[in-house]
Design a protein around this ligand. Structure first.
Ligand SMILES: [Zn+2]
Ligand SMILES: [Zn+2]
Length: 177
């Protein structure tokens, strides 16, 4: 995801628009339990101030994650603002910039790391298919969004309940912690 800034450098205060639509490999987000359901779309407008290249834009995509309660696929829309500051290699980072700046190497900047960061920022630690998700019953394992479970109807002695859980361990899914 490289942008060519050579033309822009010759025209300070002018802006240029760049857009990308790329299919990204799932490996990038697999560590977070996610998969891409759509290509990554980036639109960015860059202005050269004479010292820095200031890019503002948007990243869009769609991810699929397992719901942390019921384990069914849940869809996460990515629609994040992008703010990327770039400087030419070898030039001094202006003091007012505390944030990271991308280095422009031979007139080109690779904005991919900034886009990945923006996508990671929206991936929830405990994704939900829906805020009302009832999850899986810890007793019988049914998806309570789909089926009514009868565990709560039986009046179980809590000591028996603990024993029952022990004997069921291994086979049932309790969900991600
Ligand atoms: Zn769910
Ligand atoms: Zn149950």
């Amino acid at each position: 995801m490289k942008i060519d800034l050579k033309q822009l450098k010759l025209q300070p205060q002018q802006s240029e628009h760049y857009s990308f639509v790329e299919f990204w490999p799932d490996e990038l987000v697999r560590g977070l339990g996610a998969q891409f359901a759509e290509p990554v779309q980036v639109d960015i407008e860059v202005v050269f101030t004479g010292q820095t290249y200031v890019g503002t834009g948007k990243v869009k995509s769609k991810l699929v994650l397992a719901c942390s309660r019921c384990l069914e696929p849940s869809v996460i829309q990515v629609a994040e603002e992008l703010g990327i500051t770039m400087i030419d290699a070898g030039s001094r980072k202006p003091e007012e910039f505390k944030d990271d700046v991308l280095v422009v190497d031979q007139g080109e900047a690779d904005i991919e790391p900034a886009v990945i960061e923006a996508i990671f920022a929206v991936i929830p630690l405990s994704p939900l298919c829906n805020s009302e998700c009832q999850g899986l019953c810890p007793g019988c394992g049914v998806n309570k969004n789909v089926e009514a479970c009868r565990c709560s109807e039986e009046n179980i002695d809590p000591r028996w309940e603990a024993l029952k859980k022990l004997t069921q361990e291994g086979g049932e899914q309790i969900g991600r912690s």
